[in-house]
Ligand binder design. Structure first.
Ligand SMILES: C[S@@+](CC[C@H](N)C(=O)[O-])C[C@H]1O[C@@H](n2cnc3c(N)ncnc32)[C@H](O)[C@@H]1O
Length: 208
């Protein structure tokens, strides 16, 4: 039931450290592509004034998240929901933070488009944050060789997958009403990107 991701175990601390510099005192967080559930438990522990909604499209991931959630006894983690960013409506209302760790490169580019658009529609202007974490190329240059090898392995598994360029994501952000305001260098040649809502995106209100 419980999955264990060694990389999630390694990066959950550094991600939590950076979010400590970025997040306001309290709010509602939506994690997409939660995977095993290791991140949401760590973040709920570190940020008890935030409510955390973990999600994933994969039923096995939902089972794993639920196993971690119930074991942790953190009351600020909501029961995991099925959410594929490409399928609207999302089963969530307005949120203050959308977090996507290691998703953008392990999905077709349409998923990144849906992530940015869906996040912008649910985040409040100016205060709302979309945070993504993973490897990225910059101006078409992907460093180091280990990331290039990883990119080749992703594209071998699925030609629609692959490490995205910061320029592509910045363009996507602009068309969605977001702007990249901070970039943090992270361990193992990853980066954490902070996109902030710049305007009044059309909001989504729906029953939960
Ligand atoms: C490499 S795992 C990352 C899991 C976790 N965030 C982590 O870093 O350990 C990629 C995750 O993306 C999810 N995913 C793939 N396509 C998605 C989509 N269209 N919408 C939401 N999640 C998606 C998968 O189900 C999987 O859990």
């Amino acid at each position: 039931m419980k999955r264990h991701s060694p990389s999630a175990e390694r990066n959950k601390g550094p991600i939590g450290d950076v979010l400590g510099h970025v997040l306001s005192a309290s709010g509602r967080a939506l994690e997409v592509a939660s995977g095993s559930g290791q991140h949401v438990v760590e973040l709920a522990r570190r940020f008890p004034s935030w409510s955390w909604q973990p999600t994933d499209p994969d039923p096995d991931a939902i089972a794993s998240i639920e196993a971690y959630r119930t074991e942790s006894e953190h009351l600020n983690i909501r029961p995991a929901l099925r959410l594929d960013v490409c399928v609207e409506p999302w089963p969530v209302d307005a949120v203050d933070l959308v977090l996507a760790i290691n998703m953008i490169h392990i999905a077709p580019f349409e998923a990144a488009v849906a992530l940015f658009g869906g996040a912008a529609r649910r985040l409040p202007p100016k205060e709302g944050l979309l945070v993504t974490y993973g490897p990225y190329s910059e101006n078409g240059v992907l460093e180091p060789e280990s990331n290039r090898a990883f990119d080749r392995s992703l594209r071998d598994r699925n030609p629609a997958w692959g490490i995205r360029d910061l320029t592509e994501l910045d363009r996507l952000a602009t068309t969605s009403g977001l702007e990249r305001t901070e970039t943090f260098e992270m361990p193992a040649n990853n980066r954490l990107l902070v996109f902030r809502c710049v305007g009044a995106a059309s909001s989504v209100t729906q029953a939960t």
